[in-house]
Design a protein around this ligand. Sequence first.
Ligand code: SAM
Length: 265
Amino acid sequence: MTMQHQARKRFGQNFLVDQQIIAQIIAAIGPNSDDNLIEIGPGTAALTEHLIERCPTMQVVELDRDLVDYLSEKFAAYPDFRLHSGDALKTDFAQFHQGRQMRLVGNLPYNISTPLLFHLLKNRELIHDMHFMLQREVVDRLGAVPGNKTYGRLSVMVQYHCRVMPLIPVPPSAFRPAPKVQSAIVRLKPHRSKPATADNEILLSQLVSHCFQQRRKTLRNCLRPYAEHLSLAESQLDLSKRAEQLKVSEFVALSNYINQSLSSQ
Ligand code: SAM
């Protein structure tokens, strides 16, 4: 079954057509028949048709109704294939867990990739791993280290929760229509045991956002709203640094010192 589908820009549709790249992605994922495999945005099934051969119980979430109809017909011979029609941003991924760690994959619509990553991370404890095609620039940000100009909130918060492994660079020519940007496949593996644990993850997230919103300022300046709670942090960390110089573990320590002071009020 082939499909003539006019790519829709508003759904971030850039379909993979390069069979060599597709084979590399499938090999990187390494799907197995007993995986709890969920693909986000299967589109015209460039990845799905290979994944389903190895994992016939896979599930997909697709927003474009025309593609949902196409996919249900195309995979009608797979009785255990589940097709969910809807918005991945509004999907409760915990429903797919059913006692089995999830493996999430997808060539994601680039316009929603960052909010989607944060949405998925809410269920990080239920996820075994994730393989996503993203803009190369986003993959660079995910894996960035302190001192790098792409190091920011996304790097710190994703690295806090996951091991980040950039895998395959993908040129625009691998897609139809070709996007204007370079892409890359990244593997994200939620930590089973975190290298550093925040006592209050909401506070960590607030501090990280706050400090990177004013990335040119010193931490001491950024943290003025917490001025009364900085003495412990000041004794252990150099607050004349800027956010972009602080390692993930140092952000966690900073948050724990401030949390300790807030809790002892
Ligand atoms: N996987 C296909 C491929 O590699 O050729 C298509 C990838 S295309 C970049 C992104 C896919 O995500 C499209 O099929 C699009 O309709 C779907 N999509 C866009 N927004 C979505 C959303 N919010 N939830 C679920 N799927 C979405």
